[in-house]
Design a protein around this ligand. Structure first.
Ligand SMILES: NC(=O)c1ccc[n+]([C@@H]2O[C@H](COP(=O)([O-])OP(=O)(O)OC[C@H]3O[C@@H](n4cnc5c(N)ncnc54)[C@H](O)[C@@H]3O)[C@@H](O)[C@H]2O)c1
Ligand SMILES: [Zn+2]
Length: 372
């Protein structure tokens, strides 16, 4: 069953998210956009995805567009930088791409973020389309218009808010996604339930076996529900002035661990650890019960996400690193806690001590008799 969502921007319809189980409706969906003037397209993709899906997508698009160019870069976060964007600008200039032409991001979050940024800046903005192929990009990064690249050691330091014209999700591409990458996306999916939708969270728990088995119909429902949460949050706060910050649940400590592990762990694997720390703080503050906390740990574990933090990492360094993140207002850290399952709030008064206890707990250490 096909599913569609319409994302609004500043109260006006902006772009559709189409969830399908193949690429067969991609061309009609694109032609429906009134991009009649778009004569040429450039598919941007990485070295893995190109082997899997580039020829199929390119051949479909060649039926509707006069020219289909391709730009391929080496897979991985290390490619999400200005020098790759510069190479893409070079090609677009060589091909004389103009404002009527179109960029297509075919790949995971790295491809989507970078292609979106190139689209936002080339000729002061040309249209682009997201075809996300990882679970993380399907439920998270392709929606909401955050585009950008890493700069030196700083993640997502340079970027722009720039909306796609369409997000086309083909759920069947998840078949080829490595299990660890799938689990990484699941961390954001679980997060969506925890921050906004208690019923969805319960549904995820009830369906964990089917989800882990990648049952097509179950995945379609899951991706739809997650996109719905992300859509609602970004519609209410498109440029992250307030509410959108709840999407950072688990990310304050998660990002610090990601950085300190030199990106040897996937993003979602770190978000799972950070989420459990936030849940622990929520429990200690009396916002959620101990049973809820224990169940949250169990949920991440059931989706193959380890919730422990390596004792080789230094607790103080993790706390220090949370402060170099962008989630600071003055000297206060923007920390997201749960005030019940499905209800996330921004707390500006989470102390270093609370973080310390939560991290020590995830390391299996007992601090001054604290711990569960
Ligand atoms: N813009 C946003 O709002 C937002 C939100 C969250 C994350 N992000 C960004 O997203 C990036 C992470 O995204 P990601 O996890 O998708 O990483 P990614 O794009 O690097 O993809 C992960 C790996 O999966 C491979 N791959 C992609 N699709 C595949 C498929 N169908 N089958 C087999 N292999 C496939 C890729 O080649 C890559 O090796 C980070 O840079 C992060 O900053 C952005
Ligand atoms: Zn994330």
């Amino acid at each position: 069953m096909a599913k569609d969502l319409l994302v609004e921007y500043e109260g006006k319809p902006c772009y559709e998210i189409k969830i399908r189980d193949s690429f067969s409706e991609l061309l009609p969906a694109m032609l429906h956009l009134n991009l009649n003037a778009a004569r040429r397209v450039c598919i941007v993709t990485d070295s893995n995805v190109s082997k899997l899906y580039l020829s199929e997508v390119a051949s479909i698009l060649s039926e509707g567009f006069s020219e289909v160019k391709t730009f391929e870069f080496p897979e991985g976060e290390s490619s999400k930088n200005l020098s790759v964007v510069e190479k893409l600008y070079g090609e677009l200039i060589k091909w004389r791409f103009d404002r009527n032409d179109l960029l297509i991001a075919l790949g995971g979050g790295v491809t989507g973020d970078m292609t979106g940024f190139a689209a936002a800046t080339y000729l002061r903005g040309i249209d682009f389309i997201q075809i996300p192929t990882t679970l993380l990009s399907q439920v998270d990064s392709s929606i909401g218009g955050k585009t950008g690249v890493d700069y030196m050691q700083y993640k997502n330091m340079v970027g722009a808010f720039y909306m796609p014209k369409l997000v086309f999700i083909n759920t069947s591409v998840l078949k080829t996604l490595p299990n660890e990458q799938f689990a990484s996306g699941m961390a954001e999916v679980i997060k969506h339930g925890l921050i906004r939708n208690k019923i969805y969270y319960k549904w995820l728990r009830d369906n964990f076996q089917k989800i882990n088995d990648k049952d097509p119909e179950t995945l379609e429902i899951m991706i739809f529900e997650s996109c719905q949460v992300k859509k609602e949050v970004v519609e209410n706060d498109p440029t992250e002035k307030g509410e959108r910050a709840v999407l950072n649940f688990g990310h304050t400590i998660g990002h610090a661990i990601e950085k300190l592990s030199d990106f040897s762990l996937y993003h979602g694997q770190c978000v799972a650890k950070g989420s459990v720390c936030s849940a622990y703080i929520s429990y200690k503050r009396g916002y959620i019960s101990m049973e809820d906390y224990m169940q949250i740990v169990d949920t991440f574990e059931e989706f193959n996400l380890d919730t422990t933090i390596d004792t080789k990492l230094d607790v103080e360094t993790i706390i220090e690193t949370t402060k170099s993140d962008k989630k600071m207002v003055g000297d206060k850290i923007k920390f997201v806690t749960l005030h019940g399952i499905g209800r996330a709030y921004l707390d500006m008064d989470v102390s270093d001590e609370e973080m310390l206890y939560s991290i020590a707990n995830a390391m299996g250490l007992s601090v001054d008799g604290e711990g569960i």
